[in-house]
Design a protein around this ligand. Structure first.
Ligand SMILES: C[S@@+](CC[C@H](N)C(=O)[O-])C[C@H]1O[C@@H](n2cnc3c(N)ncnc32)[C@H](O)[C@@H]1O
Length: 457
């Protein structure tokens, strides 16, 4: 495999030659014109698009086949003739003249290959597989195109203009970088995407005068790996100065934090080190007050049994800007990943979420819910499981189907099925580890039955 050295060439007003007159040649001609090159196309028969460009005076068209000497004075040549005799001859001449040649679809004859490009005005992202798979290169380009919306063009121009201003003012590099980082994580891009150019400009001026305005993002990390993370959560992590995270957050999610971001595990694992809530609040306040972009990263959703509501209220009271990024809660994801729907036509039409924490005090609540709802999802279920199951069985009966889903969405995912009479024993036998979620209701049996039917088909 050839090793390539990536460059972006300045071809403005430089003679570039395209051999061939078909659609591929027309495409190459257009690319060179976009770069401002002086293009000559050499082809006995040229497509209408090429002839039009010649009539408009945008290119020079030589209406015959390539002959030796045509590459004289060229900086770059693309042979899109598709003819082996021309390919061989152009290769020889390019070698003699030290002109860089690309022969379309014949990597072994090429001095250079063209990457797949995502273009957003001045922003260019080039994707190359070094010729191994043009298909993969363009599939990746399409993905990047979706990630980098059209707003990136005005955004890059705006940042460029601010950069020139800062440099003219002689702003030190540290201040410049603080401004660029603040622009990147600000709402400027969203405003540009929404066509709110004037507001985007006003916000960028504000950032220019005070780039470091700390705030806290309460972010849901989902139940497991990064595939169940929202795009907004990824973005917040990519810009964080400080990440205060729960113990349950997977290392593969933490790896998405900005390089150089400080990561602090403030998790409260049962039996492990305790990080009091007051200390977490104080850390959030201190960092955001000092101008940091703080991500408070919680497993699942930050507002589901995660004290996110308390933290948001505390920070708002202290005058700190707080933004919430919802997450995929394990309360819905754990059953879903085990193939258990929480509602099912004709089987279950109501669902409740509850925690097993302090089950002694909550017995009345649990009994009421067990009587009133079709499906019950019990979080923090592992340690108090025997007690919870027997309390629920008193109302719902021993035979009510139950399942425990542990470490859902990770490689360690475990699903144990049974009923309220047997589930605790089965989990103990299977050595189910935390985090674990209990699902109780007929949906558990219905899901198992449909899985059996599907397997029999
Ligand atoms: C303190 S609660 C936090 C819930 C979280 N905020 C959410 O929305 O998923 C922790 C409990 O969530 C459940 N949980 C979290 N991650 C889980 C996972 N990957 N699989 C199963 N249950 C999980 C367990 O019941 C665990 O004890």
């Amino acid at each position: 495999m050839t090793r390539y050295y990536p460059v972006s060439l300045a071809l403005e007003n430089r003679r570039c030659v395209v051999l061939g007159g078909g659609p591929l040649a027309a495409e190459k001609m257009q690319g060179l014109l976009r770069a401002g090159a002086r293009v000559t196309v050499i082809a006995a028969a040229a497509a209408a698009e090429i002839r039009r460009a010649a009539v408009d005076g945008r290119i020079a068209l030589v209406e015959r086949d390539y002959v030796s000497g045509d590459l004289q004075g060229a900086w770059l040549v693309i042979d899109a003739s598709g003819r082996e005799d021309i390919n061989a001859a152009s290769r020889r001449e390019a070698e003699d003249r030290r002109v860089l040649l690309n022969v379309v679809d014949r990597a072994q004859l090429c001095d250079w290959i063209a990457p797949a490009i995502v273009q957003r005005g001045p922003l260019q992202v080039a994707v190359s597989t070094s010729g191994e798979s043009p298909f993969l290169a363009s599939a990746l380009r399409r993905r990047l195109e979706q990630d980098l919306g059209e707003e990136w063009e005005p955004f890059v121009r705006l940042v460029g203009a601010l950069r020139r201003r800062l440099r003219e003012q002689g702003a030190p590099m540290e201040r410049q970088e603080a401004v660029y980082a603040a622009l990147l994580r600000s709402d400027v891009r969203r405003l540009l995407r929404d066509g709110e150019g004037a507001r985007a400009l006003a916000l960028s001026e504000e950032i220019l005068s005070t780039p470091r305005q700390g705030r806290v993002w309460l972010v849901g990390a989902g139940p497991g790996g990064p595939d169940l993370l929202t795009l907004a959560a990824r973005e917040a992590l990519a810009h964080a100065d400080l990440v205060l995270h729960d113990a349950l957050v997977e290392p593969s999610v933490l790896a998405l934090a900005r390089q150089g971001a400080r990561l602090v595990d403030v998790g409260k694992r049962a039996g492990g080190r305790r990080f009091p809530q007051e200390r977490i609040n104080a850390l959030l306040l201190e960092a955001a007050g000092a101008g940091d972009e703080v991500v408070r990263l919680k497993g699942g959703d930050p507002f589901v049994f995660a004290r996110g509501g308390e933290e948001a209220a505390f920070l708002a009271e202290a005058g700190i800007e707080v933004r919430v990024i919802p997450g995929v809660s394990s309360a819905t994801a754990a059953p879903a990943l085990a193939g258990i729907p929480l509602t099912l036509r004709g089987v279950a039409s109501s669902v409740a979420f509850v925690t097993a924490r302090g089950v002694g005090a909550q017995r009345a609540d649990l009994r009421r819910l067990a009587a009133d709802v079709d499906t019950l999802v019990v979080l923090m279920a592992r340690d108090g499981l025997p007690e919870v199951a027997s309390c629920l069985a008193e109302v719902a009966g021993d035979e009510r189907p139950a399942a425990v889903v542990a470490a859902a969405g990770t490689r360690r995912q475990q699903v144990v099925r049974g009923d309220l009479a047997t589930i605790a024993q089965r989990c103990a036998a299977a050595e189910v580890a935390a985090p674990a979620t209990l699902v109780v209701g007929e949906v558990v049996a219905a899901a198992a039955a449909s899985a059996r039917r599907a397997a029999a088909v």
